[in-house]
Design a protein around this ligand. Structure first.
Ligand code: ATP
Ligand code: MG
Length: 416
């Protein structure tokens, strides 16, 4: 038997309605906030992520699915959603539109990780990106969008963690202080972090190794190094959230695992589950578009892990509406009645009625059992006698009520 690749998951026919529900509410929330969907390819040139995400990040160093295609080009399956959107924005000259450009996507994301609960090699993200706005209100709005979506999905016990990691200006002084601190602790750090020190000391703050985490606990914090503009921006964001009655914790430990972030960074964490409780992560990335060859253009966004979302919803016993059941199931016996039933089922479907046919040539009894199993609301019985009389016997499965309905009146009978 051939098994599913490690770290991937099937969505089975009986559970896909949960995905449809989450996707529908995500799209509806995006509509309310006046966003349009953008769809970009599942794979891109590797170079995009090297430059966009950063070649000292875990994602680029360890987690990318990279291969040479038949034309010897280095191709990578998306390890995140933002870089592709930024590429498309530049390539399609989307900066010629009125700003801001508010976009969302639902996309598979591939990371070669150690699979565990809530950590997959292929997962899916609902992502949001605002291009062109530098205001703190834009940051606040995407956070409100994320929280609003989570609330609509029935989630509670969520904590919003906020931080600012500063712009290039504040980062220079901060990086120096951080470098000096980390340098004095270099012997206690893991090999990867020792290598990172010269190239990108901030990445060390994101290391998952306990000994590095311990060292980072006393490291200098970005919030203490913010320039006046970054400080004012962060205060403005907090005021917006206060106005909306949103609670948050300022969490200096959040630095995010991708290089493109500047200023605001945030995570939304479910307090119900442990380390995989982060359902949403995002922030501002004012340099990404320029770094990818576009003009200098501010942007802010987030990615929300859909598998984690569903996990947390399950844990919170959030209600997911079941799909509409079959309205009428045809139990037909005999060659002519089956033929008539087949035609009637198609006609009902064309008129918007969820109708179902017996494909297994079961006995009447077995067909009734099946109708029960699929929660059909009605069964239409069609044997030789009913066909001769030109009317089907209709049984309501909830109360057992039976009646006879002429075959050419079935559509009227069942149409809502
Ligand atoms: P983590 O710290 O949990 O590794 P991350 O910082 O790598 O998360 P992001 O790159 O910000 O995650 O991705 C946004 C969201 O996507 C995360 O908050 C999480 O909900 C989800 N996510 C990230 N990696 C995975 C994965 N391997 N499997 C399932 N969901 C994931
Ligand atoms: Mg990660």
């Amino acid at each position: 038997m051939i098994n599913i690749p490690k770290g991937t998951k099937d969505v089975l026919p009986f559970e896909s309605y949960k995905w449809h529900y989450v996707e529908r509410i995500a799209r509806e929330t995006a509509d309310l906030y006046c966003l349009n969907e953008i769809r970009t390819p599942t794979f891109e040139h590797t170079e995009l992520f090297l430059r966009g995400v950063g070649d000292t990040t875990d994602i680029v160093n360890k987690e990318m699915y990279t291969f040479l295609d038949k034309g010897e080009r280095s191709i990578t399956l998306k390890p995140e959603g933002t870089a592709g959107v930024a590429r498309s924005f530049i390539e399609n000259g989307l900066f010629n539109n009125a700003m801001p450009l508010k976009m969302y996507y639902i996309t598979p994301v591939f990371r070669y990780e150690n699979p565990q609960k809530g950590r997959l090699r292929e997962h899916h993200q609902f992502g949001v990106e605002f291009f062109g706005a530098s205001s703190f209100e834009a940051d606040a709005e995407i956070i409100m969008l994320a929280l609003s979506l989570l609330r609509r999905l029935g989630l509670d016990e969520l904590t919003l963690h906020l931080n600012s990691i500063g712009c290039g200006k504040c980062r220079r002084e901060y990086n120096k202080a951080l470098f000096d601190y980390l340098k004095s602790h270099i012997d206690g750090m893991c090999k990867t972090c020792q290598d990172r020190l010269e190239r990108n000391p901030m990445r060390i703050l994101d290391c998952k190794e306990e000994r590095c985490k311990e060292i980072c606990r006393s490291a200098p914090r970005t919030l203490d190094y913010l320039c006046d503009d970054c400080r004012a921006h962060f205060e403005g964001l907090k005021r917006c959230l206060d106005t909306c009655g949103v609670k948050y914790v300022v969490d200096p430990d959040i630095v995010r695992g991708l290089d493109y972030y500047t200023g605001t960074v945030f995570e939304i964490v479910s307090t119900r589950i442990g380390s995989q409780g982060t359902v949403c992560g995002g922030g501002r990335y004012n340099n990404l578009v320029e770094e990818l060859g576009g003009q200098s253009l501010p942007a802010v966004g987030f990615g929300m892990g859909m598998e984690r979302l569903l996990m947390v919803m399950e844990n919170a016993n959030a209600v997911i509406p079941k799909p509409k059941p079959v309205k009428v199931y045809f139990a037909a016996m005999g060659e002519q009645p089956r033929l008539a039933a087949f035609g009637l089922v198609q006609k009902l479907r064309e008129n918007g009625v969820f109708a179902e046919f017996d494909h297994m040539e079961r006995s009447f009894k077995a067909q009734f059992k099946y109708a029960n199993k699929i929660f059909a609301e009605y069964v239409a019985i069609l044997g030789d006698d009913e066909l001769a009389a030109g009317a089907a016997k209709i049984k309501c499965m909830a109360d057992g009520f039976e009646t006879s309905v002429k075959l050419d009146e079935l559509v009227d009978y069942f149409a809502d």
